[in-house]
Design a protein around this ligand. Structure first.
Ligand SMILES: [Zn+2]
Ligand SMILES: [Zn+2]
Length: 93
């Protein structure tokens, strides 16, 4: 008899596989989703670190763990990310 935690984990794995399929195996960053994959979720719905503890209705995309943590490190602010991308273009020529 699976307990509640096992069931939640099983549902997380199914949601993640479904998202990867929907996204044709690509992360929003453009690269293939190989190996470890995380689900990005809406923190205004579920204020938890990990999507396997979220409600399951606020999933946004499957992505690389690094891409997912990058989004949270810039406080989900696209302007900061674009400014950093311009910076990298300048210095990493
Ligand atoms: Zn990525
Ligand atoms: Zn939620």
């Amino acid at each position: 008899m699976p307990n509640a935690h096992d069931e939640r984990q099983r549902q997380y794995v199914v949601r993640r596989a479904f998202l990867v399929l929907l996204q044709n195996g690509r992360c929003p960053c453009g690269d293939d989703l190989l190996g470890d994959v995380h689900i990005d979720h809406d923190h205004s719905c579920c204020d938890v670190d990990r999507a396997d503890r979220a409600c399951g209705k606020c999933d946004r995309a499957a992505m690389h763990p690094g891409c997912n943590s990058t989004i949270s490190r810039v406080q989900e602010n696209p302007r900061r990310l674009m400014a950093l991308a311009r910076y990298l273009d300048r210095v990493a020529a």
